[in-house]
Design a binder for this molecule. Structure first.
Ligand code: SF4
Ligand code: SF4
Length: 389
């Protein structure tokens, strides 16, 4: 009896949430996801995570399907009847490869596997979902509201394959598991060094998946495909309409090469690219970080690991005061004894919530923004430069 009336809420809305739904489908009450709230999934409402916790309280079961879940667990109540169930428990013994997904099957199944493995290792070591590797400061577009701050670069540069490889090797020495290395820019395909880099990274068995984020303006040249044509490589394309002038040619080439890709179009952007000091209290600073949808987009730029692309590029541009506590210099961290290295990495990635650089950012709250995406700026945008201390 108790079993039939218990509320079950799936926390998340991605591929792992879909798998958990199919595994429990008649027994799910709703989905809890801050980004997708107000929508429906499988005919069920998607509500905010706090709203779900308030509505269903400690009697419900919360089936967690968000890969980087360490910042949301303490928002979920669990009492005598209810409990929080992580993805590796919810999908124990389930063959999730047979389900149908919104994304291409091999991408979706890979995402479910990532979520399961991340949850299994939540309490030990350094297992992380993804790191964004910035390979260039250049972009083929100049979006006025680029959240990666590309519009501020007046003399953008490409990073060399050797320095990028060195940075990734330092990163891999500091983690126990990394499920996805994302190649980003700017527009990563602006940097020709990216092709041999993809080849080199794909040979490293510690790199499980390589995702190229691109804006549909560039089709790799013929000679590049021998480097790109790797089982681990996936393209994630953003469709900016007519600005993505080579989108269909790129998609056609990827199909011909048998490379997995997905293309998405985003209707609205949040205004989150301005650089200005807000003077927040420590509590307000914590709140802006915890309420930010970009807070776990770990970013590797010039050998330093940051929590998001805004912090990485703002610091790289000199647009915020330098703050050594807001990033990890991985070439130093990798030299430390393993126990100390793990403690530093875990502390930075999973526990730290107070970042001085967040005070220069508006923040990126969950949910849809209000701006038309990809409006172009005529020239690089000026900003105040902070000198090194
Ligand atoms: S396409 Fe636009 S949003 Fe994307 S990196 Fe380039 S400038 Fe930024
Ligand atoms: S609020 Fe902080 S974590 Fe979020 S995008 Fe801004 S700088 Fe990054």
């Amino acid at each position: 009896m108790e079993e039939s009336i218990r509320k079950r809420v799936i926390i998340g809305s991605g591929s792992a949430a879909e798998a958990i739904f199919w595994a429990n489908k008649d027994r799910i009450t709703c989905f809890g996801d801050d980004e997708q709230r107000g929508k429906t999934m499988f005919g069920l409402p998607v509500i905010g995570i706090d709203e779900a916790a308030e509505c269903y309280g400690s009697e419900a079961e919360y089936l967690v399907a968000i890969p980087s879940a360490h910042h949301i667990l303490n928002r979920l109540p669990s009492g005598q009847a209810g409990r929080v169930i992580l993805a590796h428990e919810a999908l124990e013994g389930i063959d999730y490869t047979k389900f149908s997904y919104a994304k291409e099957a091999r991408i979706a199944v890979d995402e479910v596997e990532q979520c399961v493995n991340l949850h299994r290792h939540m309490g030990d070591g350094v297992y992380i979902r993804s790191v964004d590797l910035v390979v260039t400061e250049r972009c083929s577009l100049r979006c006025r509201e680029c959240s990666n701050l590309m519009q501020y670069y007046h003399a953008p540069r490409d990073y060399r394959a050797e320095e990028l490889l060195e940075a990734v090797e330092a990163l891999l020495d500091c983690v126990d598991g990394l499920y996805e290395l994302r190649i980003i820019g700017g527009e990563p395909l602006m940097n020709k060094a990216v092709y041999p880099l993809i080849d080199m990274l794909a040979q490293d068995e510690r790199v499980r998946r390589l995702v190229i984020f691109t804006n549909g303006t560039i089709v790799p040249p013929q000679e590049a495909w021998a480097h790109i044509r790797q089982e681990k490589v996936v393209f994630r394309i953003t469709d900016y309409g007519t600005l993505s002038r080579n989108l269909s040619r790129l998609e056609e080439a990827l199909r011909q090469e048998g490379i997995a890709y997905d293309t998405s179009r985003i209707d609205r952007w949040s205004p989150c690219s301005s650089l200005a000091k807000h003077g927040r209290t420590p509590e307000a600073l914590d709140a802006v970080f915890l309420g930010c949808c970009a807070k776990n987009l770990l970013t590797l730029l010039d050998g330093k690991l940051y929590h998001c692309p805004f912090m990485a590029n703002a610091m790289n541009l000199g647009a915020v005061p330098p703050c050594g506590e807001d990033y990890l210099p991985l070439s130093d961290i990798r030299k430390r004894p393993q126990e100390e290295r793990t403690a530093v990495m875990r502390g930075f990635i999973f526990d730290k919530i107070n970042f001085a650089t967040c005070d220069y950012c508006v923040g990126r709250p969950y949910g849809q923004g209000s701006l038309t995406p990809a409006e172009q700026a005529a020239a690089p945008v000026d900003y105040i430069r902070y000198e090194e201390e």
